[in-house]
Design a protein around this ligand. Sequence first.
Ligand SMILES: Cc1cc2nc3c(=O)[nH]c(=O)nc-3n(C[C@H](O)[C@H](O)[C@H](O)COP(=O)(O)OP(=O)(O)OC[C@H]3O[C@@H](n4cnc5c(N)ncnc54)[C@H](O)[C@@H]3O)c2cc1C
Length: 389
Amino acid sequence: MRTQVAIIGAGPAGLLLGQLLHIYGIDTVILERQTPDYVLGRIRAGLLEEGTVSLLQEAGAGARALREGLVHQGVEIAFNGERHRIDMHAATGKTLMIYGQTEVTRDLMAARAAAGLTTVYQAADVLPRDFDSDKPRISYVKDGVTQEIACDFIAGCDGFHGVSRASVPETAIRTFERVYPFGWLGILSETPPVSHELIYTNHARGFSLCTMRSMHRSRYYLQCSLEDHVDQWPDERFWDELKRRIDAKAVAQLVTGPSIEKSIAPLRSFVAEPMRFGRMFLAGDAAHIVPPTGAKGLNLAASDVHYLSRALRQFYDEKSAAGIDAYSETALSRVWKAVRFSWWMTSMLHKFPDTGEFGARIQLAELDYLVNSKAASASLSENYVGLPF
Ligand SMILES: Cc1cc2nc3c(=O)[nH]c(=O)nc-3n(C[C@H](O)[C@H](O)[C@H](O)COP(=O)(O)OP(=O)(O)OC[C@H]3O[C@@H](n4cnc5c(N)ncnc54)[C@H](O)[C@@H]3O)c2cc1C
């Protein structure tokens, strides 16, 4: 098989890149280790920046998001038992959209299928090869038979545990990492959200977040210990703990119900530099991870894909390598700003085991400043709605 751009991974980054390149007349094949159902079963991000929604439109996969997504103009931040609203639309003129990653993936998969483009699911032992030459290729095993794709470029969109970054020689890559001493226990329930906007809470018992996927499906998170297991958290214990952390009005409005998904995610900041190795590019979680506090993971995957798709279009249409030469630096400049913002949100809102009462007082002072200073609220808003790309 031969294609122009071979993409590893059919998550949001790989699928979005495939759609945009298709629109630009560039041929792609996607190799995905899992089945489509497995990919769709992963409950992850849910908050889209305007730039991400625009890219979905451009990719021909945004109509349902526009119809069904919930548009938000602000968030609420709670501490000392009181909620404070940050009006992000007033500060930036921009809005956010609640639309689950599962739905984004479903729409992109449908668009790819409608365009008749090739995705090889359940591709095993995927291995990018010769990406330091001008004849890169990928080998993989499908139904027990080893196959190979020759291509012009490889896009490593295979997430944090993927093979693309792992195939780069250690001497060619530099990584930066911060692992946080806690995780997020999340549940999904078929209940109306406690409020029409997100509520982030800093509490002496630990952070909590009330969010949603729709007006009848809620997502709640609790900061938990890294030693915790999901089976130690039956639904009743989860709801009881959430009620201890959220404000009294939210407790009164909270509708509880059986969880339909429950998982624990560790929190990590991670960046790999550079994001280009010869004729292989990394995009999305393959290159960087942020703690979910700033809702940036999926949106960063989208901005990487924006830069990469335009760079590849420039290469094919204008015979210019300027875009692909600048890709890593351009993408990393935005990535690091989102990494900083996500780290800052995480630091301000969580209970840290090692900073004691002093750390807790500093957090409260910062939160008080944040909700009472127009400049501080505007800075939060500007980053939260997404820096331009
Ligand atoms: C539990 C969890 C909760 C999250 N919650 C949020 C949130 O609330 N908000 C937010 O913004 N972000 C969140 N994120 C982050 C967000 O989901 C990711 O940033 C986003 O999925 C990145 O998309 P991606 O396409 O780069 O990677 P992925 O979604 O990881 O997709 C990579 C794809 O590559 C495939 N793959 C991997 N290895 C191989 C291989 N060797 N061969 C072929 N295919 C391979 C995988 O199966 C997968 O389908 C969360 C992440 C996790 C894990």
